[in-house]
Design a protein around this ligand. Sequence first.
Ligand SMILES: NC(=O)c1ccc[n+]([C@@H]2O[C@H](COP(=O)([O-])OP(=O)(O)OC[C@H]3O[C@@H](n4cnc5c(N)ncnc54)[C@H](O)[C@@H]3O)[C@@H](O)[C@H]2O)c1
Length: 329
Amino acid sequence: MQSPARGARPTSRRCVVTGAAGFIGSRLCDRLSRDGWTVLGIDGYTDSYDQAEKLLRAARLTRTPGVCMVAGDLVTLDLPRLLAGSEVVFHLAGRAGVRASFTQEARYVHDNVTATERLLRAGQQAGIRRVVYASSSSVYGDGRTPFTEDDEPAPISPYGRTKLEAEKRCLAATSTGLEAVALRYFTVYGPGQRPDMGLRIFAEAALSGRPITLLGDGTQRRDFTYVDDIVTATILAADAPASGLAINVGGGASVSLLDVLDLLRGMTAGELTVEVHPQARGDVRVTEANLRRARDLLGFTAQTPFRVGFTNEVSWVRDRLAGLEVLSA
Ligand SMILES: NC(=O)c1ccc[n+]([C@@H]2O[C@H](COP(=O)([O-])OP(=O)(O)OC[C@H]3O[C@@H](n4cnc5c(N)ncnc54)[C@H](O)[C@@H]3O)[C@@H](O)[C@H]2O)c1
């Protein structure tokens, strides 16, 4: 394990990023580094998907100015020591993905709830000022859209339930003086996206000439949010004049899977073979964020139109299939 002090920038703000080797966490570390922060990144390289992807991102981050990586499970690491001296914790570590949560619930509880509880206790001991938690639109379930933060959460998967439980614990921790904000991310996409996520699976199939498996009739809609917009909102949350609240972070437009396939057809200049299967368990029909709170409290509005962001992701998938190391894209 490297010393947390290594790579420190003497006059800069110090933070911890959990899940730093993940899709979003690694991108967040990049931006924090560019903004001049000193970052301690923690990741347990869990078996949620190919560990090689996470290790490659971590290897790149160890060469990134101001970033130091520590490997380990949040449930067993000496967190009070690791957190000491930091001002903010961006807590992105977790087990993501709806479908696998029906068969691996214990792992979801471990990575989402137990890990968060330990982190909060350590944050209080270490004198952390604020925790920014990566929650999820999955806490809403299949409710009426647009989802508003005051709606009663009604998750329909173990994933959504564990994210909601962790979110509640973060917000309850404010009674001890810790500041906390839970950002409810809406389907995040872009270069580096997790391999279990729909847009990447579609793009990989299309570019490899394989049939695309569509679960449901394709009219499901998602408020897709580009990863760099998510990173912007996450950093804004470190200093937002709000605590003890959940805040939606969405891309601002709801796009159907049929729209996605049309765009993909245009980008790959070929016929797509689409095989339709029944809708997956835990999949909701529509997600759409009410973004008033994000605008008023974070000063955040997404900047990336879906067409632009998806083009970037498809280019990244194309490069990756061609064997180029582009996880840092
Ligand atoms: N990607 C999305 O669309 C999306 C949407 C809503 C919420 N989120 C949340 O955002 C966060 C990041 O998502 P992502 O897509 O980057 O996922 P990811 O799986 O790529 O990243 C999560 C990282 O956390 C690490 N991790 C998990 N459990 C850990 C533990 N106990 N100790 C240490 N490290 C651990 C994993 O190894 C992984 O690298 C997650 O908490 C997820 O629930 C993501």
